[in-house]
Design a binder for this molecule. Structure first.
Ligand SMILES: Nc1ncnc2c1ncn2[C@@H]1O[C@H](COP(=O)(O)OP(=O)(O)OP(=O)(O)O)[C@@H](O)[C@H]1O
Ligand SMILES: [Mg+2]
Length: 269
């Protein structure tokens, strides 16, 4: 049995004549934080949607928890959907619902929990993400960006998933809020044993919480490894991304290996 919680094999994505992913392979290990980076239009969001089964690749296979998202039976797919949580970049919360109702929504959909238990679970999730319980009755429009992210995270965690998907979790947050959100993710990962797949452009976020980084470029995973390993791979996107002033600052303190002449970090097969 493979230790990949997500396994992508020979994946192709085409929109008309445009090939977005060409024979892409990737294994996400249980318990790691994997950051997915790449230029605009490189196919990060599409790949994330394919990992969630919201879209299917043109060819190839995505298996999550060992189940094929294309061929698994419906009951099985419903069960695995309850084993992951997703924090979307935009519209993290339903604006017409209170904080309480936003977090309760996935719990209500189970149709097996009584109101008292739902209440207790919602309160626990608020504690978990560091939001005071008194905010439960507030509407999303009255909250700061940082609070919206935390409550979105509480909702993503409401079914106690093993796997968490994050799309640009720190975009739009100021540096302090961004740092404290990263600390929260790192703590939750440790306490809950979460596996996290995160799309982000933010180097500080990448450096602070990734176990591995996957670079999406040239229609495939062009480099994969620790931040320091990936930053040393000779590739125009990587050089530009990691070796600019911001990249250098974020990488300070990480011990960088010399650029390798062989390419041990190339796409997994
Ligand atoms: N449903 C679709 N129909 C046609 N083209 C699409 C569709 N979805 C995505 N694309 C194209 O596929 C490419 C990859 O898009 P995607 O949104 O995955 O990129 P991205 O890496 O997430 O970019 P960004 O960093 O800007 O969010 C883009 O060229 C996009 O226009
Ligand atoms: Mg995107």
């Amino acid at each position: 049995m493979s230790d990949c919680i997500i396994e992508i094999r020979n994946l192709w994505t085409q929109f008309g004549a445009q090939v977005v992913h060409r024979d892409l392979n990737l294994c996400v290990h249980r318990g790691e934080v994997l950051s997915l980076v790449g230029g605009s239009g490189s196919g990060k969001s599409t790949l994330l949607r394919e990992m969630l089964g919201l879209e299917h690749p043109t060819q190839g296979e995505v298996r999550v928890f060992g189940i094929s998202l294309r061929d698994g039976d419906r009951a099985e797919l419903r069960r695995i959907r309850n084993r992951w949580g997703m924090l979307f970049q935009e519209g993290a919360l339903f604006s017409a619902l209170s904080v309480y109702e936003n977090i309760a929504l996935p719990l209500r959909e189970l149709k097996t929990l009584d109101e008292e238990l739902i209440h207790d679970l919602v309160m626990l999730k608020l504690d978990m993400v560091g939001i005071e319980r008194g905010h439960a009755s507030k509407m999303p429009s009255s909250l700061s960006g940082g609070m919206v992210k935390r409550i979105g995270l509480a909702r993503a965690l409401s079914l106690e998933p093993e796997l968490l998907f994050l799309d640009e979790p720190t975009a739009g947050l100021d540096p302090d809020r961004s740092e404290s959100f990263c600390t929260l993710i790192a703590n939750l990962k440790r306490e809950l044993g979460l596996t996290v797949v995160m799309v982000t452009h933010d180097l500080d976020t990448i450096v602070s919480i990734s176990d591995r980084v996957a670079v999406l470029a040239d229609q495939k995973i062009a480099a994969l490894g620790s931040v320091a390993e990936v930053a040393a791979v000779p590739h125009p996107f990587i050089e530009n991304f990691f070796q600019g002033d911001r990249g250098k600052r974020a990488l300070e303190g990480l011990k960088l290996p010399r650029p390798a002449s062989s390419a041990p970090l190339r796409q997994e097969n």
